[in-house]
Design a protein around this ligand. Sequence first.
Ligand code: SF4
Ligand code: SF4
Length: 835
Amino acid sequence: MPDLLSLSGLRTQFVTDRGRVKAVDGLDLTVHEGETVGLVGESGSGKSVTALSAMGLVDDPGEVVDGQVRFHDPDLARRLAEEHPKQADEFVDRSESVVDLARAPEAAMRSVRGGEMSMIFQDPMTSLNPALTVGEQVAESLRLHQYGGRKPDTWWNAVQETLPSLRGGGISEEVLDATAEILAEVGIPEPEARLDDYPHEFSGGMRQRVLIAIALACRPQLLVADEPTTALDVTIQAQILDLINDLQDEFGMSVLFITHDLGVVAETCDRVAVMYAGEIVEEGPVEEIFHNPSHPYTYTLLESIPSEDKDRLTPIEGNVPNLIDNPPGCNFAPRCPWTQPECTEGEIPYLQHGPDDVDHRSKCVLEAFDTSTYGDDAAGVSAESEVFTGDPLVSVDGLQKHFSQADDLLDRWLADGPQAVQAVDGVDFDLYEGETLGLVGESGCGKSTTGRALLRLVEPTDGTVLYAGDDLATLDAEGLRERRKDVQMIFQDPLSSLDPRMTVAQTIMEPLKVHDLPEQEAGDDRSARQARQERVDELIEAVGLDLDQRDRYPHELSGGQRQRVGIARALAVDPDFIVADEPVSALDVSVQAQILNLLEDLQEEFDLTYLFIAHDLSVVRHISDRVAVMYLGKIAEVAETDELFADPKHPYTQALLSSIPEPDPLADTDDRIILEGDVPSPIDPPSGCRFRTRCPAVIPPDDLDVDQAVYREIMDYRERVENEAISVAAIEDSTADVADSRAAADGGRASASDPVEADAVREPTVADLRQRLFDGPLPPAVDDVINESLRLVVEEEWERAADLLRERFESVCERDSPELGAVHHPAACHLYPKS
Ligand code: SF4
Ligand code: SF4
């Protein structure tokens, strides 16, 4: 494949008070036409700065200090040479039809960005303009790149652009149609009806689709995707990855895919470049990198990912270097288990690995390294799951937490119940002494609120939480204070959960002071202060920190070290039960492995019971004895870990497990279940089974013999009728265009006011709606009801249409709420018996 983008010798540096940060330090990378290259590395490795450097988007205090960014495109070279005749010699190589983007003037770069190259970012909310409608933002991109470019800067155009409505904003019908078309291409349902919506009216996944639509509006040759799915849940991530793959096939563009997630890389990329400390340390075809990792960093990184067959993780010891004064030689040397004397002297060469005809290079002095004993000395507890029985330590029954949306007390009293956010809505589970129960689910499913309500960090609305016989939910302040010694919490973001003004020792000492601990035994002649300081030192060592870090502040510690402080603080009062809320999700995979091992060791040493809340299923699988899966405020399924992963019962669990990207490019993903749509609002959750709006196994009425795919289509259509979310006006517009052209063809004899002619207009609308809403023909038993409902929809008789559809197609899944049941492996789904 011919080259499209080649970076050579790229160096980008940031000027700071402490010196120059060499964020990208002599990087060579090529993206060929039509291929997807993954740029992978942990935080601070320089992958995003590489992309920004290629796009000419490095801001002060950063600058590209050396290197070339060559874009191979004869048309672009010709165009830029014509548009910038005076400077062209500096950045256009006419003989090779190549443009050096690192030397191109900003005016040229502006036309390349959003022209030949487009970029999508991690957080669509910050990339979209909240003050402009989605339609305006996509239309603007289209107008710039496909419909005659930017409008002149006149006062009238300025006024038009500030008009709130897209349709009043002077955008031509042609651009509007193209906008709706491109939104449909990226999977936005009913795009015509959503053109006037603002970004906040879209879900996270839909916003990312809008951003992709904007990026694609210019039909780029290269799409730079910087962590495009990191902020999304795993089921939505699967949708977006699928979409990017499909669009790439359709448009034949190249993709530079930046991510820290090795599973995402394995599934999406043709080639992979692994970055460490500003350099590419290994590069090759995706199968080679995953099955024959030839750089110690790549190998150890892959080893630190939790997987089915690893009982104990092997973390990479140490931390990423600071990139200011890199020592000579290999940047990975301080952490590398195979360091050689020559590793710290001079330049490290790239060596070729794998078969001769494969381009697989690794920046390491070793041809090979012995991995047979790697991880053997990672002593500690294995993470094999155990089965626990007896009396539970914690017993949660009917736990509810509804957040009122009302502003004040009076509003709250007068407020209708359904207006409350039903974050947790009747959760039951038991936890046994010494057990780890994993609580998983997508964001907004209520798992963190469950953890907080359990410890009364938020007041539960209803339910009981029995802890060793006491109901935590009803304890008075004094009783609760006493119990807080036994029940503690570890938080997700160690930086925001630690007081920046307190040192490590002060942070750990605080709960000891609050609870007047440690209790002094008879004969102990230490002062309380001395006893506390000794306890703090014990805890610092127990969580694997050095004693010389006791006087450091949070900002002087790495993410992993900060999380260790958070764990030491939780352990200070010698608890029996810890709620760990996403304790590793803010950490890189190599550090994550250190913390997971630490949590396992501490559990063994201090006999702890954990409720481990996480969205990462591979982490939960590794650490948990049992797993409870939550969806929209309720538990969908509970089972022992191995059983849940081997035989998930609930359709939601099946979809969730199947969405996890596997860090193996040869893994079979053909039978992956990609859920449609988003999680519904917890303010007004669906009746019956809360998963029914997305369930790929929803149960049809007994007397309806249709395929699941057809029934799903019908259910989706019903939902839209119930929500009046079908844009009849847009379809009428298009059929009116047809009628107009017919009228023009017959010399204007036909008229829409003529009843016969009105019927003629209505019928095509019904047919058109039918074609838009259903993929193919429907069985005769269904057909008549659907057609009748469509007629009612055209007449805007929404309620009658909804009633008609409900009467014929109502499912048990929407009538009755499924319960978990008292069986060995319960699933809250009507497909399974309850006893
Ligand atoms: S060059 Fe040396 S220190 Fe660096 S990865 Fe290779 S063996 Fe390890
Ligand atoms: S109860 Fe119905 S909708 Fe819910 S998970 Fe089971 S089959 Fe799906």
